[in-house]
Every structure is written in structure tokens, then in C-alpha cells.
Design a protein around this ligand. Structure first.
Ligand SMILES: *Cc1c(COP(=O)(O)O)cnc(C)c1O
Ligand SMILES: [Zn+2]
Length: 415
């Protein structure tokens, strides 16, 4: 592999350029930084033909990821299935519908494994021995697992009242796991202070510039899996607001490099009504995102003051997308719809995307008939609490045929 196509970092606010360092934001204006890629050098090796011959994981797009050496974390992660969803399409009234199922092909069953592969490889390049994160759950799982595999120490901070599977699925890898009383926004502020104090690599704080780039691989995979074409519509969940913008960036890079035709696409954003700072701003036509206090079952998207909120809003507006913010009840219906129609189990963030797509379809957002892709970013087994424990059995019987037959007869009679 030829590696190392990043020449420096550039501020998205004022344009000032920096050397490659673990730094959270621009020292002049506090806006986010982005790696600068040498696209002319990348063009030489990044072709459809060469990519086709590479292993089917996220590193097949390594030229457009911010590494200086070989990837050391996350081999085998990514290249998740893109699945045609005709039965869900019929239920939602969408002509051509696809599911990008990022609950599979990742060690911790969410798309956060993509970001952590990049961030921890980068942490090792910077010579760090301790990594960490502030998390609403999925990132904690991914950092804990990735650090274990990479032989790094992990210090992870989460709200102490997260779903059981998100906590157990972090603790099993033996990180230092700190539960914080309060919501994610409080945890995140604390992590910024700890990263400063100790010089540790917090993936979504001082490694954020590199970490976020991992999300672009969702966009590269989508284009390749559609036969090097861009979809017409993407519906993306939004928490900190990074993923949605990275999908737009990925499509733009592929068009610039000539791997796809620059056909028009719209990217739509989904948040639960109980935490909708970005969608709320979109719907009210506000110039900026207004922070909210989260109150929703969708814990993975419960970030009230999203770091990349303004960029997410800009992506929606620039691509002619829309925003939708379904209620928690609609989210649960969305989870069930995806499971019953397509046999795919998404977490609450997935339910949010399906429910948002239902509203978008009803509102005519997909009226042009172009292909629609829903990003299902995490597995439903991580958020079973949301579905409620009771009433999962249709009946409970002794192991006797007569009891089953009595049950079946009752059921047939009721139908
Ligand atoms: C983190 C996360 C998101 C959103 O990511 P952002 O880039 O922060 O907007 C979406 N879905 C799931 C399941 C997540 O864990
Ligand atoms: Zn700046």
C-alpha cells in the first residue's frame, strides 16, 4: 500500500492551515479542522479496478483516510451489506428502496467501529498509549473493543443510565469505565478537560479531525455497491451531526476523482422529536442550531448540543434534503416495520430513520423516483429495553400438544 496523502489540516471556519497534530479545533476561531488530501497523488492508485481487488473492509478506501502509515486497527471492519428492501418500500410507498445495514460486519455492531478504526490507528501513529471517548453507548463499545485489540489502555466516560447492553458491551473489554451522572453534553465537556489534562487520545475530542473521516467510508461503499453510481436520496440519523456531512463529502470526493458521475443527490436528516436540535432548526428555517435538553428513548442520538450541527444543517440545505423528527412511538413502529418487512433488526436510531423516511415519503420528498438509501447504523439487540419486556410471547404453555392445539384454536378463532 502507498500511504500518507494528507498534507496538513485546514480550518473549516477561517481556512487557516495547520500541521498534522492531535488538536480538537482551530486555535484562531474554534471551528473544526479537516485533513487536506493530495488528490493528484491519490488519483494514481485510487481507481475502480484497483479498489475491486482489495479486501472487503473499510481500508479499501485507505487513500482517502487520514493515515501516514499502514492501518493497524479495524481489519475486517466495514463493507456492510446494501440490501434491496422491496417489502419495506411497499409499506412506505417508496419506489426504489435500499438498506445500508451497518449493524453487521462490525465487531461491535454499529458504524462507530469505522470511526474508531481510523482514530486508534491515528492514536498509535501519534505514539499515544491511552485512548478514550465521551459516548452515548455505541462509541464506548467500539473504543473499548478497538483498544483491546490494539493493546491500548482505554478510559471511557458515559452517562451512567445507558441501556444495559451498551454498558455490558463496553465493560467486557475491561476499559476504565466511568459512569457520569448527567446527560451526554455534560460527559463531553468533562472529556475535553480530561484530554487536555492528561494528553490522552479522546477519539471524539482531540482526535475528532481524524475520527470523523471514518464516516466517509459509508459513502464510498454506497457508491461502489450501487455500481459506482450515487443514490438519489440518503436518509441519515444525526447525533453530533458528523455522519450526514461526511456522506456528502464522500460523494463529492468520488465525483472529483472521476469514480462516479456527479449526479444530483439529496441527503435527509433524522432525529427523534425528543432531541431534535438540527431538524428543529431546519423546520423553523433558523440560521443556527439551538441546543435542546434530550428526552427520548433514542439514547444513541441524544446529543442536545451537536458539535457538527451547523455543518449538518448546511448539508441538508445544500443538497435539497429535508429533516424529520418522529416521536418515540413512531420510532418503535419504525423498528418493528423494518424487522417485519425485511428481517433486519435496527436499534432505536434505525427506527428513527425508518420513521423519518415514512414521513418524508408521505410528504413527497422522494417523488422523483430516484433510489433511496436508509442508513441503519446500529443493531437492535443493543436497545431491547426500548421494546418493553412484557408481551413478547404469544402464549406460555406446558410442553404438551393439547395445550398448543388449544392455543392455536383460540388464535384461529380470533383471526
Ligand atoms: C453516533 C451514532 C449516529 C450519529 O452519528 P453522528 O455522526 O454523531 O451524527 C447514528 N447512529 C448511531 C447508532 C450512532 O451510534
Ligand atoms: Zn479557524
Amino acid at each position: 500500500m502507498t500511504m500518507g496523502h494528507v498534507t496538513g489540516l485546514r480550518c473549516k471556519g477561517c481556512g487557516k492551515e495547520f500541521e498534522k497534530r492531535p488538536v480538537a479545533a482551530c486555535e484562531e476561531c474554534w471551528a473544526a479542522l479537516e485533513p487536506i488530501y493530495d488528490l493528484d497523488a491519490i488519483r494514481r492508485t485510487f481507481t475502480r479496478e484497483s479498489i475491486a481487488m482489495r479486501p472487503r473492509d473499510l481500508w479499501r478506501y485507505h487513500e482517502l483516510l487520514p493515515l501516514d502509515g499502514e492501518p493497524t486497527v479495524g481489519r475486517g471492519t466495514g463493507f456492510t451489506p446494501l440490501i434491496a428492501a422491496p417489502r419495506l418500500a411497499a409499506r412506505l410507498g417508496i419506489r426504489d428502496l435500499w438498506i445500508k445495514y451497518d449493524a453487521a460486519c462490525h465487531p461491535t455492531l454499529s458504524f462507530k467501529d469505522r470511526l474508531v478504526a481510523v482514530a486508534l490507528t491515528k492514536a498509535k501513529e501519534f505514539g499515544m498509549d491511552t485512548v478514550g471517548c465521551a459516548s452515548t453507548g455505541n462509541l464506548a463499545n467500539a473504543v473499548a473493543a478497538g483498544a483491546a485489540a490494539a493493546g491500548l489502555r482505554a478510559v471511557i466516560l458515559v452517562p451512567e443510565d445507558l441501556e444495559a447492553a451498551k454498558i455490558a458491551g463496553t465493560a467486557i473489554y475491561k476499559p476504565v469505565l466511568v459512569g457520569v451522572r448527567g446527560n451526554y453534553d455534560r460527559v463531553n465537556r468533562l472529556c475535553a478537560q480530561i484530554a487536555d489534562q492528561h494528553g490522552w487520545g479522546f477519539v471524539n475530542v482531540n482526535l475528532r479531525t481524524y475520527y470523523g473521516e471514518g464516516s466517509k467510508t459509508v459513502g464510498y461503499e454506497l457508491a461502489e455497491q450501487l455500481g459506482w453510481r450515487l443514490p438519489g436520496h440518503v436518509v441519515s440519523p444525526m447525533a453530533g451531526g458528523s455522519l450526514i456531512g461526511k456522506v456528502e463529502k464522500a460523494f463529492g470526493e468520488l465525483a472529483t476523482l472521476g469514480l462516479v458521475e456527479a449526479t444530483p443527490f439529496s441527503i435527509h436528516g433524522a432525529q427523534p422529536l425528543g432531541c431534535n436540535p438540527i431538524v428543529g432548526a431546519f423546520k423553523q428555517g433558523l440560521p443556527a442550531v439551538k441546543p435542546v435538553k434530550p428526552d427520548t428513548i433514542v439514547r444513541s442520538l441524544a446529543i442536545g448540543d451537536p458539535a457538527d450541527g451547523p455543518a449538518a444543517l448546511a448539508t441538508i440545505r445544500r443538497t435539497g434534503g429535508r429533516g424529520e423528527d418522529p416521536t418515540d412511538a413512531e420510532v418503535l413502529e419504525g423498528i418493528r416495520l423494518l424487522a417485519e418487512a425485511e428481517g433486519l433488526f435496527g436499534e432505536t436510531a434505525g427506527g428513527t430513520v425508518v420513521a423519518a423516511a415514512k414521513r418524508l415519503a408521505a410528504g413527497g420528498a422522494f417523488g422523483d423516483g430516484r433510489p433511496v438509501v436508509l442508513l441503519i447504523t446500529g443493531h437492535g439487540l443493543k436497545t431491547v429495553e426500548a421494546l418493553g419486556g412484557s408481551k413478547l410471547f404469544d402464549t406460555v404453555i406446558d410442553g404438551k400438544l393439547a395445550e398448543f392445539e388449544a392455543f392455536w384454536a383460540r388464535r384461529e378463532a380470533a383471526a
